[in-house]
Design a protein around this ligand. Structure first.
Ligand code: GN1
Ligand code: MG
Length: 366
């Protein structure tokens, strides 16, 4: 990325401004993100190249983001919130009125306001962070509960569909394009041994037993924006906001929040399940959604934690088998390491499963 290129993109959003400087931002595995300063403005902006190999319908995706941010904004206004630009993401429009710019090389660019005095975290280190993150994701769900799902497109079809993911693994094994299958046979066997149970969530969706809501679908802890006092500002990375079940959001949050190790931890001894963070997150989350969560959703929340760890392990493993075509990697075995770390975490979740569901049931009763 060079200065000239950034300036060219920026000009479509700000006809007058000159680019002062820019630098890469964040740890995303999919998009390219930069923080940009202009000479005419004090505030910084977040410039992002959306990965159109992953997001096939960027116009639809940005339409979803527009609807969701608008809905949240209206709810905040009706609550009398102050500082609304710090509590919901604001995307800018080009001079043609579009919330993305398509350049001559088929790259899609978006710009949103950078929220000053904010930070993201890769790991929870304090109980209040877990509690506040729970409240924030619960509130996100609450704000979107009356937005009709039919208004939104399915940004990535089958994104959290266990039956599809299981099939994807079996296809990768059959094709074995890099001859890596043998090396990860133990991981494959473990994941496949869990497939049947993991697919029960999708079967329940197909039977209409779980309500489809508007969900975030990428509720990692690093998608929560905190202020400098550990208070929540807003939920970020809205690319995968689409119809889904709250099981995906609850499970994916627990996947990163309660893991004592990193998502790509090499030392498996460091990976464990941290129950106090689970309790704090769950308490915060359920407090916000208790009035509308259905008994069938609540009964599967512990399963959703296992499911999201299983799905993520499987996705990393599939990418490894296929030759690292989806996730950005930092070294050749990165996806294998990620898959192994997720499997280790999944094993710790399995051991805690009843404790999780009992705690959830107690919270729902309160
Ligand atoms: C990807 O790029 P990032 O970090 O926001 C992925 C998520 C995974 C995550 C694993 C569109 O998200 O589904 O859970 O990596 N996003 C997409 O860390 O595939
Ligand atoms: Mg993301």
């Amino acid at each position: 990325m060079d200065h000239h290129k950034v300036a060219h993109i920026i000009r479509h959003f700000f006809t007058q401004a000159e680019v002062k400087s820019f630098k890469p931002l964040g740890n995303g595995h999919i998009n390219d993100t930069y923080l940009v300063w202009l000479d005419s403005e004090e505030e910084a902006y977040v410039l992002q190249r959306k990965n159109h190999e992953v997001f096939k319908d960027i116009e639809g995706m940005m339409g979803n983001i527009q609807k969701v941010t608008q809905q949240i904004k209206e709810k905040l206004i009706s609550e009398g919130a102050v500082d609304i630009k710090r509590k919901v993401m604001t995307y800018l429009h080009t001079s043609n009125g579009s919330n993305f710019f398509l350049d001559g090389e088929n790259n899609y660019w978006t710009i949103c306001l950078f929220i000053e005095n904010s930070r993201t975290i890769e790991n929870v280190t304090q109980l209040t962070q877990a509690l506040n993150a729970g409240k924030a994701f619960g509130k996100f769900q609450y704000y979107l509960k009356d937005l009709p799902g039919s208004d939104l497109i399915e940004t990535i079809p089958n994104f959290h569909n266990g039956i599809f993911r299981d099939q994807q693994l079996k296809t990768a094994i059959a094709l074995n394009p890099q001859n890596r299958v043998e090396e990860v046979i133990a991981e494959i066997n473990f994941l496949i041994s869990m497939s049947e149970e993991m697919c029960t969530i999708q079967h329940a969706i197909n039977k209409g037993e779980l309500p489809l809501r508007i969900t975030h679908n990428d509720t990692k802890i690093n998608n929560v924006l905190f202020d400098i006092n550990e208070e929540i500002l807003c939920i970020i990375d809205l690319d995968t906001v689409m119809p889904g079940t709250i099981l995906f959001d609850f499970g994916d949050a627990i996947r990163t929040l309660c893991n004592t190790g990193a998502e790509d931890e090499k030392d498996l001894e460091k990976i464990d399940f941290h129950l106090p963070y689970f309790k704090a997150f769950t308490e915060g989350y359920l407090a916000e959604i208790k009035d509308f969560i259905t008994p069938k959703e609540a009964a599967q929340l512990s399963l959703s934690c296992l499911y999201m760890a299983w799905e993520q392990a499987l996705r990393f493993l599939v990418d490894y088998i296929n030759g690292d075509r989806y996730y950005k990697i930092k070294y050749p075995s990165h996806n294998k390491v990620r898959a192994q770390a997720q499997i280790k975490y999944l094993i710790t979740l399995i051991a805690n499963r009843d404790i999780l569901q009992n705690f959830i049931n107690e919270q729902i009763k309160h």
